[in-house]
Every structure is written in structure tokens, then in C-alpha cells.
Design a protein around this ligand. Structure first.
Ligand code: 5U1
Length: 697
């Protein structure tokens, strides 16, 4: 039966519990097989759990419907034929699992324990061991006379699979223990895969698939990868998949001279002393408050752990009390697992939109049927870029598994291919920006498409205005982020040139804008109209054109019109400009709307001194290296730097023997000391004025 068949049938009406129970049993059997036997789950755990709970509820309400073969009557999965079967000397128990809020679950467990132990209110708090619930594969390790003789999976709790050869490859599992261990010691715990090892494994798998290897696949999550590795028939392959282990319990223990421990925690510490990994977070806590505190701490730490956990486990610490509490079917009464909200869920893709970011990056975003995952309702998941969307092959109409861990943005983990509608089209990135219609381009070697609209694209407008006003661009003092947001959002600034048409009344209507600040801003805008060519070119925000490149362009071409019409070949002649930068400049000025913005800025009065292109060597201060330090009286350091560079000097940040001059203002510090010790000439404001006159002092 395919998953499609399973989901195609609508759930029977509530008045037909027998039919629904039969259907659920069939579905759970199918998915249990996929999960436990094939290691290839088709649905997220949360979906499986929901079906399981629905069946449990029906059986509880209608005990006559309970059948011996119901999945609710079995702890684990089936045993693979290919592995030898192992009968556990002591059954591998399951654990009562609850998905609860942190306090009510812990309090209910503590209240249950106190009731079962007949404790009065005045009696002291029960002591618990709080542990992590690892998201891996339960394992029983049997040591005889200190030697690992067998590793077995849980299987159905009574009979598991002999996976000794594979488990021997796990470096963390001791093959031989010190001589003072009991003659027979079965250590129980969880085999898991660390997240970094999982990522590395999937990278290797992708490389193998890309190289054409047959039968290879990537893994959905670390647990799935760990289970796949443990069930490898070829232990050489298992060894290639790095696994880890945490111990948390015992099976058969015999041949010890006297009782070895009185508390669960002491037993864990003994296992640790014998060389088994025990999670360092394991803690002894008192009463419900202690359990709640642990739950909260672990929920906060969860995403920083190097491995996945899906909840926490609470156990009564005192072994005598554990014995007194006993078992219900296959679950001990003295333990409970509290699961965190599922981090993976299944939903459908209703559309794939393309969003344009402030830097022009085009991001495909899957619009999802709302789904509650990782504690929030998720309706969007980024697909990052076209390559990623294609790699995952996400299509409109697809059923997908969505993951949201902690505060990390939700992502599509994989597509449930069985449920893909027949004519779902593959995603293709659009050729033009969905916001402004400019060309969308992907540069060679880059994954992202970008809108080339720059100044013109409204999605990029805030970023463009903010960049334009920057101190090192047009230097518009007082035009901060918040004000830019308001001006753009209110529609007062649609193009950069609109900045120069702002009136006092426009600014006064903005939040937290005093009249004095508005007047100052208008003055700053007016002052900024007297630019330099380099600052203006930098202010345009052409991709890849930083401050240094803008200066080189200004120096090389002398005039804006020359830059605007320069071919890529001509641009390549400029120091600092390579093919990517040349292409970016050409593309920018090829767009009519960008040329229109430039013209509108000129019309608004933005101007700069234009000159002929000068070869750098012909400039008056060519060949000089100047260091600026301290507070100058005549001008700010940025202004001095611009002026010196415009005359061909290089302005450096540190003093060396090669420095031509150090210009030192008030409170100059170590740079001045160094200049003096190296004998580099030191200039004051007057000396700087001479330099800027093109004279060498
Ligand atoms: N940490 C931990 N995980 N875990 C899982 N302890 C623990 N104990 C378990 C299980 C199934 O079972 C025992 C309570 C029998």
C-alpha cells in the first residue's frame, strides 16, 4: 500500500469507531514498518503519534475493539530477518511518554508518585533523577566478564536484533571493562548521531549521489541516520557513519558480590566510572519544583546541544522506591518522559512566492497551509534560492515536512513524493524582479538571484536611501534608519531625488521629529548637494562598488558621463575593477530607470567638480602616503582623507618607515610617538593646508 492510498480515504464518520480503528491499525502498521524496519519514515513522528493516540483513545472508549495485533499493544518494531534475533534476558521496557507543558506534567508526575508511595503532605519531597530524552535508537550492551559480547536493539522489547558488529564500531562504547564489574552486566542507553556528524554524512551522501553512485540517499534527520547505520548489514558502512552513545539504565546484572548501588544516580555515576558516556546534564532534583526547573533549563539549552533531544525523562532516584512502585504492562511506574513540542510537522505548499530583500536578493518562499510546529504556527518557509528549491524539489501542491527548531526560521526538510499531485510544475526563478520588473540576475558562482533595479526598486528603497545618506557617501547628517523607514513607508521618498524636495512640513509630520532637527536635516541635505564624484558614485549603491572602487572610477574617468557609458572593457582598465564589478556597473547604468534617478538628482541640484581623467601618476600628491591622527582644527579626518586622496595621496591607517607624513592634531597618541621614533615628518593643520594646495612641505 502506498502512503497515497492511506491518506486518500477520508476518515470515517465518528459514529463508525470500529472502521476507524481498523483503518488506523492498518496505517500504523504501514508507518511502523517504514520507521522501524525500513528506516525510511514517510510521515513525521508527530503525525504517527497523533494516529497512535487516536487509536488508543478509541480502544479506551471501546475495549471490545482492542485486538491482540493492535500496534498499541506492542512497544517497538519488528525484527529484520537479516539480523540474528536476540531474546533479552530482562525485557527492554518502554517509558510512559507525555506531551505536556512544563509544570502541569511534572506536577502531575510528582503527585502520582506521592500518591502511589502513600506519602502525606508533610512528608519530604521525593528525590528524582532528571535526564535528557535522546532522539536516537535504544540499545542493550551485554558484557560478560567485562567483555562486550552482544549489542541488541530493542525490537519488540522481548526480542531484538543482534547488531554487535555495527555497535563495535562506535568508539564511545567500551569493548572491555575493568575487572571489578559484575560477571554479567547489561548496559542500556541510546545510540545517536551528533548534528555535526549528521551534516557531514549528508554532505558525503550528496557528493556520492552527484558522482552517480547508485542506491545512495540523504537522511531526513540524525535519528533516522543513526538507525540506518545500526541496521547496516555491512559493518564497514556502519563504521563510516559516526555514532555516539549515552547510557541511562541497566538490563541483567548478575554475579556481583553485594548490592552495588542504592540509587539510580549512583548507578549512572558507576557506569560513568566504568567508561560509559552519561550526559553531563543528568541531575538529581527534589520534588515537582526541581523537575519543572530542569524542564525549563533543558528547553532553553536544547538548541545549543550538539545532538537532538525530544524531551526530558524523570525517574525516582531511590531504587527501593522504584521496586515498590513497580510496572504497568511494559512501562515502569517510577519514570515518565515529557516530550517537547514536535519540531517537524507535515503540511502542504500552497504557493511559492519570491520576496525581494533590502539588498535586492530574491528569495523563494514556500507559502504553507498553517501548521503548528516547534511551538508556533508556521505559514512560510524559506527555500533560500533557486538551487536550494530545486535541490529539495519543492513544488506547489506538494506535501512537505517542515522543521522549526528553537528560534531558527522554519525550513522544508523534504517532500513526501507519494503525495505529489500529478502535474506539479518544477520551481523556476523568474527572470525579472517581481517588485520593480528589473532584470533578475545570478552571477557566476553565486547561488542567489538579485534584482538589478537598485535605486529604482521599491523593495530596496530603504536600503538605497540609507546607503545614499551614509557619512561616507553623501553624508546627510540626521537621516537615520528610523527616519528613512518612515519617509519611505509614508511615500514621501520614492526615489533618491525626492530627498531633495522634502519640505519642513513633510519632516515635521514624522514621529519624534522636532522642528530644530527637521531644519538641521534640510540644511544637511542642502550641504550634501556639493559632493565629490567619488562620493556620488559610491552613494548610488551599485553592487560591488565600494568606496575604494568609486574613488578609482572617479580618478580614472574624471566625469560621471564617461563612467555611465564606459564599456566593460573600458571599466576593466580601472585599478580595482575586475569582470564582476565591470559587469555590475554596466548592468546598473544600462537600466533606463537608474539613469533617470541620476538625472533627477542632478536636476535637484546635486553637483560635483568634474575634471579630466588624470593618470594617477600625474596627480599632485601621487606617491605620497599620509597618516592622519588626533583631532584636526581645520576639518574632520574624513574630509582631510577625501581631499588628500582626490589629489592622489594614499591615506594609511598605521605609521611605518614608508609613511611620507603624519598629520597630527590635538591629542594625537601612539601614531605620533611612532612617527617621531621613525623620523617620519609630522605636520600640523598648517602643513596639511600646504599639502592640500599641492605643495610638499
Ligand atoms: N534518558 C533516558 N531515556 N530513556 C528512555 N532514560 C530512559 N529510560 C527509558 C527509556 C525508554 O526507559 C526506562 C525507564 C526503562
Amino acid at each position: 500500500m502506498s502512503t497515497l492510498d492511506l491518506f486518500a480515504e477520508p476518515a470515517p464518520a465518528p459514529e463508525a469507531p470500529a472502521a476507524r480503528a481498523a483503518q488506523l491499525r492498518q496505517q500504523l502498521q504501514h508507518h511502523g514498518h517504514c520507521y522501524y524496519v525500513l528506516d525510511a519514515p514517510e510521515i513525521p513522528d508527530a503525525e504517527y503519534d497523533r494516529l497512535f493516540r487516536e487509536l488508543q483513545a478509541i480502544e479506551a472508549a471501546h475495549p471490545e475493539l482492542l485486538t491482540a495485533d493492535s500496534p498499541t499493544q506492542r512497544v517497538g518494531g519488528q525484527v529484520l530477518d537479516a539480523f540474528a534475533q536476540v531474546r533479552h534476558a530482562v525485557p527492554m521496557l518502554s517509558i510512559r511518554t507525555e506531551t505536556d507543558t512544563e509544570s502541569s506534567g511534572a506536577e502531575a508526575f510528582d503527585a502520582r508518585m506521592r500518591r502511589e508511595l502513600n506519602l502525606a503532605e508533610a512528608d519530604p519531597a521525593v528525590q528524582y533523577v532528571a535526564e535528557l530524552k535522546f532522539d536516537g535508537l535504544a540499545m542493550s550492551l551485554r558484557y560478560e566478564n567485562g567483555v562486550l559480547v552482544q549489542a541488541a536493539t530493542r525490537g519488540d522489547g522481548e526480542t531484538g536484533e543482534d547488531v554487535t558488529a555495527n555497535v563495535r564500531t562506535i568508539g564511545q562504547i567500551p569493548l572491555r571493562l575493568s575487572a571489578d564489574v559484575p560477571a554479567v552486566l547489561e548496559v542500556r542507553g541510546e545510540v545517536y548521531m551528533r548534528r555535526d556528524n549528521f551534516e557531514a554524512l549528508n554532505d558525503r551522501q550528496r557528493a556520492r549521489i552527484a558522482a552517480g553512485a547508485k542506491g545512495e540517499k540523504t537522511f531526513v534527520n540524525p535519528r533516522n541516520a543513526a538507525a540506518g547505520a545500526v541496521r547496516q548489514l555491512d559493518s564497514g558502512i556502519a563504521a563510516d557513519r559516526p555514532l555516539s552513545f549515552f547510557a541511562y539504565g541497566l538490563g541483567e546484572v548478575s554475579g556481583a558480590a553485594q548490592p552495588l548501588w542504592a540509587r539510580h544516580f549512583d548507578m549512572l555515576m558507576q557506569l560513568k566510572a566504568w567508561g560509559f558516556p552519561v550526559a553531563e546534564q543528568t541531575a538529581v532534583v527534589e520534588g515537582a519544583a526541581g523537575l519543572v526547573g530542569f524542564h525549563q533549563r533543558m528547553a532553553a539549552e536544547r538548541d545549543q546541544l550538539p545532538y537532538d533531544i525530544d524531551g526530558v525523562v524523570y525517574k525516582v532516584n531511590d531504587l527501593t522506591l522504584q521496586q515498590q512502585l513497580g510496572f504497568v504492562t511494559r512501562e515502569p511506574r517510577w519514570a515518565v518522559a515529557h516530550k517537547y513540542p514536535a519540531q517537524e510537522e507535515m503540511t502542504t505548499v500552497q504557493a511559492i512566492d519570491v520576496q525581494v530583500g533590502r539588498t535586492g536578493k530574491l528569495t523563494p518562499v514556500a507559502k504553507l497551509a498553517p501548521v503548528f510546529v516547534g511551538g508556533v504556527t508556521v505559514t512560510n518557509a524559506t527555500l533560500h534560492n533557486e538551487l536550494e528549491a530545486r535541490r529539495k524539489d519543492v513544488r506547489v501542491g506538494d506535501t512537505v515536512i517542515v522543521r522549526r527548531a528553537g528560534d531558527v526560521i522554519p525550513e522544508v526538510v523534504s517532500v513526501v513524493l507519494d503525495r505529489r499531485p500529478p502535474d506539479a510544475p518544477q520551481f523556476t526563478m523568474m527572470s525579472h524582479c517581481p517588485v520593480c520588473g528589473s532584470l533578475a540576475e545570478r552571477e557566476e558562482g553565486e547561488a542567489d538571484h538579485r534584482c538589478t533595479g537598485g535605486l529604482f526598486c521599491s523593495a530596496q528603497r530603504k536600503q538605497a536611501v540609507w546607503h545614499f545618506a551614509h557619512r561616507r557617501a553623501m553624508d546627510v547628517d540626521g537621516l537615520g534608519d528610523k527616519l528613512v523607514d518612515q519617509l519611505v513607508d509614508s511615500g514621501q521618498v520614492n526615489t533618491l531625488a525626492d530627498l531633495y524636495h522634502l519640505k519642513l512640513e513633510n519632516l515635521a509630520s514624522m514621529d519624534r521629529m522636532a522642528e530644530k532637527s527637521a531644519v538641521n536635516l534640510l540644511d544637511a541635505l542642502e550641504k550634501s548637494k556639493q559632493a565629490t564624484l567619488a562620493r556620488f558614485v559610491f552613494a548610488l549603491g551599485i553592487r560591488h562598488v565600494g568606496e575604494a572602487t568609486a574613488k578609482e572610477l572617479a580618478r580614472h574617468f574624471g566625469q560621471l558621463d564617461a563612467i555611465m557609458v564606459a564599456s566593460e572593457d573600458a571599466l576593466l582598465q580601472v585599478a580595482d575593477v575586475g569582470p564582476i564589478v565591470a559587469h555590475s556597473i554596466r548592468t546598473f547604468f544600462d537600466q533606463a530607470h537608474n539613469r533617470e534617478v541620476v538625472q533627477a538628482l542632478r536636476d535637484a541640484g546635486v553637483t560635483w567638480a568634474e575634471g579630466d581623467a588624470l593618470a594617477p601618476t600625474e596627480m599632485p600628491l601621487a606617491g605620497l602616503t599620509v597618516v592622519l591622527t588626533g583631532t584636526l582644527q581645520s576639518m574632520g579626518r574624513d574630509e582631510a582623507k577625501d581631499k588628500l586622496e582626490a589629489l592622489g595621496a594614499k591615506v594609511a591607517g598605521s605609521v611605518s618607515k614608508k609613511t611620507s607624513y603624519v598629520v597630527a592634531g590635538a591629542e594625537a597618541g601612539s601614531k605620533l610617538d611612532k612617527a617621531q621614533s621613525l623620523g617620519v615628518p609630522v605636520l600640523d593643520d598648517a602643513g596639511l593646508a600646504l599639502l592640500l594646495n599641492g605643495e610638499k612641505p
